[in-house]
Ligand binder design. Structure first.
Ligand SMILES: [Cu+2]
Length: 172
């Protein structure tokens, strides 16, 4: 993506430079400054309309896949409230099905904790901060069934290591 943007910029810079040099050369050839200006400015309104149309089209096309819909809660199949406290998790639900879009609403009753979701192989899948006074939303779609673990990922006191819960994902 970055190399595409880089090459596109490079091509546009070269094109602009060529136009600039072309106009500069033309203005030297002719002594009539008004005529040169007229010829140079004539394509401007067309170019402006073209740039405007391109701008609108590019904006619409690139904004469509943004996750605004998801942030507004659309497309969520199941909401799980996950509340942290020293030193345990309380989950409003502890199971889901493969393919469901889950939204974890994560909060804390006391200090900062870390809500970390591990798959059955104990690989970190996703995580978010659990903070008192805030509800942090974490969306995830489980792709494989099994017994997932929720661990605290933020040191929160003596029994931090014991702060675990399980979350079961069944095949659909
Ligand atoms: Cu902790």
């Amino acid at each position: 993506m970055q190399s595409t943007a880089w090459y596109t910029s490079l091509v546009l810079i070269l094109l602009l430079s060529a136009i600039f040099i072309f106009v500069l050369r033309r203005s030297r050839d002719s002594g009539d400054a008004a005529e040169v200006a007229r010829r140079a400015y004539a394509p401007r309104s067309k170019l402006f309309a073209l740039a405007l149309a391109a701008g609108v089209i590019i904006t619409v096309v690139t904004l469509l896949p943004w996750p605004h819909q998801l942030q507004a809660g659309a497309g969520i199949d199941r909401v799980v409230e996950a509340t942290a406290r020293q030193w345990s998790w309380s989950l409003s639900e502890d199971r889901a099905q493969v393919g469901e879009r889950i939204e974890f609403k994560v909060s804390s009753e006391d200090v900062n904790h870390g809500f970390a979701l591990y798959d059955p192989d104990m690989q970190l899948v996703t995580q978010i901060q659990a903070m008192p006074g805030y509800i942090n939303r974490l969306q995830h779609t489980f792709e494989k069934p099994g017994e997932y673990r929720i661990l605290c990922l933020e040191y929160c006191g003596l029994a931090h290591h014991a702060m675990t819960a399980s979350f079961t994902v069944s095949p659909n």
